[in-house]
Design a protein around this ligand. Structure first.
Ligand code: ATP
Length: 392
């Protein structure tokens, strides 16, 4: 590693009760409080329009807050202009200067700031080495691949040695394969540079693979800020549970009584230490597709079902079936319903819960032929049907 790059101490970021209301009344960010540790990589994730970009732009100083404070390091930057904040932003559309070489593009910001030729050369070459662009320094952007261009855009941000990187969907213009490889490169880059980074994406897989912690945003409100592991295994509410994980968690309305949850004729004991172990109530049960298996008579609760769709992915099979219990209305299930309703041939009934099981390749399953699936009772999630809050 070239020691000259980013020898600066990383700084933390603090957002305190930040709200942003646009003229015209849209409240894009509602009372967001979030602390990013020095050197941490935090991903903001959520569906389109949830306020991710606005939050990032507020951090960069490109939008003023309506209320709340923002600290970067020990400085209150709430009213500072973007150029005073020592942050570098990388966008989805990385407008490189077409007539300039890679060297010129990476060094442009330094030139504008009056940094001398020799130092410019040294810093551009160091950054090019970190990004594996050394052999491309004399090329024009038109002669680069999409991934190489994105690395040049990254280089422009890195060469400034900012205290903070802010990235807004920087990989979304790349094809799927390249995105995966750039993701890994970004993680390595962050390990080497250790610069505090806030990264925005609508893609939960990207969020889960990149983020040391992931902040889930919905309608401008932070839902949960946690490690990917925690988000996946302990979602605080129905929204986070449905948003994180692919295929999405399955949901079904159920009743808990005498220490067991019941739906569609199956009884599943709840853990004795669960708050649900005593008393009766209505719940929503959440079942990850990986918590379902083909029944093997090992004592797990079983459900007789008929596969409506079998999707072969090579190394695994997604088996989709309906369950004789009322469907839970979440954004994810609504999207599925709409997608199906657009289709003439309805494969699964719209009023019943639809489950997806993620089974190993070669699992003997045929559309229309009844099977018995087992549910892992230790890996179920329970939610309040009224509020969506987790009951664990
Ligand atoms: P996407 O993933 O689609 O980019 P996002 O999560 O980044 O979405 P934002 O772009 O932050 O969402 O927008 C949040 C909300 O604020 C949306 O309802 C949007 O229409 C609104 N909004 C964004 N910018 C402005 C603006 N300049 N004026 C008024 N409303 C705005």
């Amino acid at each position: 590693l070239t020691a000259a790059i980013s020898t600066r101490e990383p700084v933390g970021i603090r957002l305190e009760n930040v709200s942003k209301r646009f003229r015209g009344g849209v409240e894009a960010i509602k009372d967001v409080t979030l602390a990013v540790a020095p050197g941490e990589f935090v991903v903001l994730v959520g569906p389109s329009g949830c306020g991710k970009s606005t939050l990032l732009r507020v951090l960069a100083g490109l939008e003023e807050v309506s209320s709340g404070r923002i600290h970067i390091g020990d400085k209150d930057v709430t009213t500072q202009l973007p150029q005073q904040r020592d942050v570098a932003m990388v966008f989805q559309s990385y407008a490189l200067y077409p007539r300039m070489s890679v060297r010129g593009n990476i060094g442009f910001g330094l030139r504008m700031r009056g940094i001398g030729k020799d130092e410019r050369r040294r810093r551009v070459e160091e950054v090019a080495q970190v990004l594996g662009l050394e052999h491309l320094l004399d090329r024009r952007p038109a002669a680069l691949s999409g991934g190489q261009r994105q690395r040049v855009a990254m280089g422009r941000a890195i060469v400034r040695e900012p205290q903070v990187f802010l990235m807004d969907e920087p990989l979304s213009n790349l094809d799927a394969k390249l995105r995966v490889s750039m993701r890994a490169q970004l993680t390595l880059l962050h390990k080497r540079l250790g610069v505090t980074t806030v990264y925005v994406t609508h893609d939960q897989t990207e969020a889960m693979t990149l983020g040391q912690r992931v902040a889930v945003l919905r309608d401008g409100v932070l839902q949960q800020v946690d490690t990917p592991q925690q988000l996946f295994h302990h979602p605080v509410n129905l929204f986070v549970a449905a948003f994180i994980g692919s295929p999405s968690m399955n949901f079904v309305h159920a009743t808990v009584s005498n220490g067991a949850a019941s739906f569609a004729g199956v009884r599943i004991p709840v853990r004795p230490d669960s708050p649900l172990a005593r008393g009766d109530r209505k719940v929503i049960v959440g079942v990850r597709p990986t918590s379902l298996s083909l029944a093997s008579g090992n004592g797990q609760p079983e459900l007789a079902v008929t596969p409506a769709i079998v999707e072969d992915l090579g190394d695994e099979r997604f088996v989709i079936f309906d369950v004789d219990a009322p469907r839970v209305d979440t954004e994810a299930t609504r999207a599925a319903v709409e997608a199906q309703a657009a289709d003439d041939a309805l494969l699964v009934p719209l009023d019943r819960a639809t489950f997806t099981a993620r089974l190993p390749a070669g699992t003997p399953v045929t559309v229309g032929e009844p099977i018995t699936v087992a549910l892992d009772p230790d890996r179920l999630h329970f939610f309040d049907p009224a509020t969506g809050a987790s009951l664990e």
